[in-house]
Design a protein around this ligand. Sequence first.
Ligand code: PBG
Length: 345
Amino acid sequence: MLMEKENTRTTAAALTERPRRLRATPALRAMLRETELNARDFIYPMFVRHGQGKNEISSMPGVFQLSVDEAVREAESALKLGVPAVILFGLPAAKDPIGLENFAEHGIVQQAILAIKKEIPEMVVITDVCLCEYTDHGHCGILNTGAHYHAGLPEGYVLNDETLEVLAKVAVSHAQAGADIVAPSGMLDGMVAALRGALDASGYEHLPVLSYAVKYASAFYGPFREAAGGAPKFGDRKSHQMDPANLREALREAALDVQQGADMLMVKPALAYLDVIRAVKEAFPQLPLAAYNVSGEYAMIKAAAANGWIDEAKVTLETLTGMKRAGADLILTYHALDAARWLKA
Ligand code: PBG
């Protein structure tokens, strides 16, 4: 039944706020958009390996382990699309308890840095500084066992301070190869100070450190561990990565890294941690903040899209927009090239 005319008018007059007025046309919506995703917000992760050609990672369709020349080609495509930076992960020829190739002059990442900087010097080359892809046990540091055994610490514990010495060597070796930014990802205590000290002592005081300051012990890293061959052979990473339940601790971790001289901070993963991104951004508004849209987040979208259940482009752009709206200035994402293409279209 129709309302009486009197009544309708009364209701309408009472409604002074009509936010829908500002959503009426695509032009208005575009004009009033608060958060705008840009190709230059993206950092593209790449996996480099010895040998020739490329092979696709089964749990990450569209992502490949790349030979050095393929990595250069992929970086060129990224730059053409307006994506200004890549972050490199290396698959070494051989693994050992310390991960010697990690700081070898001709290690796979060192070769890739050299090649990319030679062909496309404008590309910002970031390197992940950690041990897990290089150690035969798959852990992020030297383990408390054998020749490194310290009585009092648990057998198999990731040794903090001895590992810092290795991380420092890795960072300097990446700097020598021409890296633009180093990014320690092991969640060890004092890792930023260790890198900063070693870089400064080696003549790289100008090289920024992007710290994986807030990194959770997350199940979303599953596909990455296949991609980088860095799954722990036993145990987990809970002695150093954070409990997903903790936010106050995130602020403590970020504060320590700022004190130690971090130039940029990162929160990882991103999707289930948007509140953490927001809190870190509010606590340290002076520093650029990155969010890592990790392998499991990528795989979920890919799998649902492959089933025809969601629209990959729309869901991806919506997700990345959410990360930026939460406070991320930069987003590490396997979708970087696709997203850059979709933004253009
Ligand atoms: C450690 C590292 C990991 C990721 C980035 N750096 C794996 C881990 O901590 O186990 C995960 C990234 C992703 O899942 O996309 N070198």
